[in-house]
Design a binder for this molecule. Structure first.
Ligand SMILES: NC(=O)N[C@@H](CC(=O)O)C(=O)O
Ligand SMILES: [Zn+2]
Ligand SMILES: [Zn+2]
Length: 428
C-alpha cells in the first residue's frame, strides 16, 4: 500500500513538494507521479512534520477503564498527530513489573494506532519505599527505557540516587514528578495571590524547584539521565539552565496547559482547572514559553490525564487533578508558540517530535523528512481553526480545560509506519 501526499510544505517551509510513502518508509520526495493504486492526499500547502512523540500520557488501563483505555487513548493520540506515546505507570495494578508493562505494550500493538511505550514505576506500587525491578522491565518485551513514579515524587534522596545509578546500566532515563511532599500537604492551588483570595492552601514553587535542584545534583554525580516532568515555574527554568550549563544530562518537558493557562482561571472554582503541578502565574507561563523557545526546556509533553465526571465534577478539594491533552496539544502550541513568533514549524517539530524521541531513545521516531526514513508523519493545517468540545474528543473522559475555545492548528492526517491512522478528525 502506498500513499502520495501532494503539495505539502516540509516543516512548513519552502515550495510545496510531493511525498510518496511506500512499505512504511518515505520512498520519494519531489514532483512524484502517483503509482498505480496509491492513495492520493491533496495537502494544498499544509505543513508536513515528523509524527509527534508524547513522553507523558496517562492511558488508565489497567484499572480505570472508565476514564480511558489503551484503545481510546490511542485514538486521541492519533487524532492529535502522535505516532508514539509513553504511558505512565500509575495504573491499577501499577506498572512496576514485567507482566503489567508487557500487557500495556501488547494492547498498544494490537490497537495499532500509535506506538505505546509503557513507563515503568521507579518504586514498588509507587510507594516510594523500595526500588521496582527496573532491569526485568527493561529486558521485557516492552523494552522499558523510561522509569517514573509520576503522580508521586521519588522524594527519598537515597532511593532516587539508586534509581539514577541503576538506570545508567540500563541506558534508561528517570522521569521525576518534582514535588517535595512535605511542602505540599493539603495544597490546592499555586501559592500566591489567587490562592489567598479564594482561600485555598498554597502550593509553593519551592516544592518543585528544590527537588529539581536536588535531582540535578544527584544525576550529575551518578552520570545519569534525568528528565523533569511538567515544569511549571520560572525558578525551575533557572535551575535547569544552571544544571545544563554545568553539563548535567537533564532534559525537561512543559505541558500545553502550563504554557497557556494561569491560576486566574481558578476564580470560577471549576475543578477542570485543577492539575498537578497547579496552574501558575502569567509571569511563570511567559518564562516557560521563552525557555521552550530557547531549548532550556526541551519539549512539550501533554500529561494527558483523563478523569470521569464523578472524579472531576465535585467540590474543588476532592476533585482529582489532571486534564486532557492529546488532541489539543498541537493547537495550544500553535497558539502560544507559533502565533507569538517564538517558534517556527521546524521548532514545533523539535519540541513535539525530535527532542522527545531523542530523550526516550526511540530510533524510528522524530526522524528527518528525507527518503528512506520511517513514515511516521503528521500533516498540519496551520491556518485552520477549530472549537474544542470535550464530548467530541476521542477520550472516554471529557475533562478539557479548553472547552468552547477556538484554537488554531488542525491535524489533518497522521501516518504510523506509512499507514494512515487518522484523517480529517476521524480514525481510519
Ligand atoms: N497531572 C495530574 O494532575 N494528574 C496526573 C498525575 C501527574 O501527572 O502527576 C494523573 O495521573 O491524573
Ligand atoms: Zn506528575
Ligand atoms: Zn502525569
Amino acid at each position: 500500500m502506498s500513499v502520495l501526499i501532494k503539495g505539502a510544505r516540509l516543516y512548513g517551509e519552502g515550495d510545496p513538494v510531493d511525498v510518496l510513502v511506500a512499505d512504511g518508509l518515505i520512498s520519494a520526495i519531489g514532483a512524484v507521479e502517483a503509482p498505480e493504486g496509491a492513495e492520493v492526499i491533496e495537502a494544498a500547502g499544509q505543513a508536513l512534520l515528523p509524527g509527534f512523540v508524547d513522553l507523558h500520557t496517562h492511558l488508565r488501563e489497567p484499572g480505570r477503564e472508565d476514564a480511558e483505555t489503551i484503545e481510546t487513548g490511542s485514538a486521541a493520540a492519533a487524532l492529535g498527530g502522535y505516532t508514539a506515546v509513553f504511558a505512565m505507570a500509575n495504573t491499577d495494578p501499577v506498572a512496576d513489573n514485567a507482566v503489567v508493562v508487557e500487557h500495556v505494550w501488547r494492547r498498544g500493538r494490537e490497537t495499532g494506532l500509535v506506538d505505546v511505550h509503557p513507563v515503568g514505576a521507579v518504586t514498588v506500587g509507587l510507594a516510594g519505599e523500595k526500588l521496582a525491578e527496573l532491569g526485568t522491565m527493561a529486558k521485557s518485551v516492552a523494552g522499558v527505557r523510561m522509569f517514573s513514579d509520576d503522580g508521586h515524587c521519588v522524594s527519598d534522596p537515597l532511593l532516587m540516587r539508586r534509581a539514577l545509578e541503576y538506570s545508567t546500566a540500563l541506558n534508561a532515563v528517570v522521569a521525576q514528578h518534582a514535588e517535595e511532599p512535605r511542602l505540599t500537604i493539603g495544597a490546592q492551588a499555586h501559592e500566591g495571590e489567587t490562592a489567598s483570595r479564594l482561600g485555598y492552601a498554597g502550593w509553593p514553587a519551592s516544592a518543585e524547584e528544590s527537588i529539581v535542584a536536588r535531582d540535578c545534583i544527584l544525576a550529575k554525580h551518578a552520570g545519569a539521565k534525568l528528565h523533569v516532568c511538567h515544569v511549571s515555574t520560572a525558578g525551575t527554568v533557572d535551575v535547569l539552565r544552571w544544571a545544563k550549563d554545568r553539563g548535567t544530562e537533564v532534559s525537561a518537558e512543559v505541558t500545553p496547559h502550563h504554557l497557556l493557562l494561569t491560576d486566574e482561571r481558578l476564580a470560577t472554582y471549576d475543578p477542570v482547572n485543577k492539575v498537578n503541578p497547579p496552574l501558575r502565574t502569567g509571569g511563570d507561563a511567559a518564562r516557560l514559553r521563552a525557555a521552550l523557545a530557547e531549548g532550556v526546556i526541551d519539549c512539550v509533553a501533554t500529561d494527558h490525564a483523563p478523569h470521569p465526571v464523578q472524579d472531576k465534577d465535585t467540590e474543588w478539594a476532592v476533585a482529582k487533578p489532571g486534564m486532557l491533552g492529546l488532541q489539543t496539544a498541537l493547537s495550544v502550541v500553535t497558539e502560544t508558540m507559533v502565533r507569538t513568533g517564538l517558534l517556527d514549524w521546524r521548532g514545533v517539530a523539535r519540541v513535539l517530535s525530535e527532542r522527545p524521541a531523542e530523550i526516550a531513545g526511540l530510533p524510528d521516531q522524530g526522524r528527518p523528512l528525507v527518503t528512506g526514513e520511517p513514515a511516521n508523519l503528521v500533516l498540519v493545517d496551520p491556518d485552520a481553526e477549530w472549537t474544542v468540545r470535550g464530548v467530541e474528543l476521542a477520550s472516554l473522559a471529557a475533562n478539557t480545560p479548553y472547552e468552547g475555545m477556538r484554537l488554531p492548528g488542525v491535524v489533518t492526517l497522521t501516518l504510523l509506519r506509512g499507514r494512515i491512522t487518522a484523517r480529517e478528525g476521524k480514525i481510519e
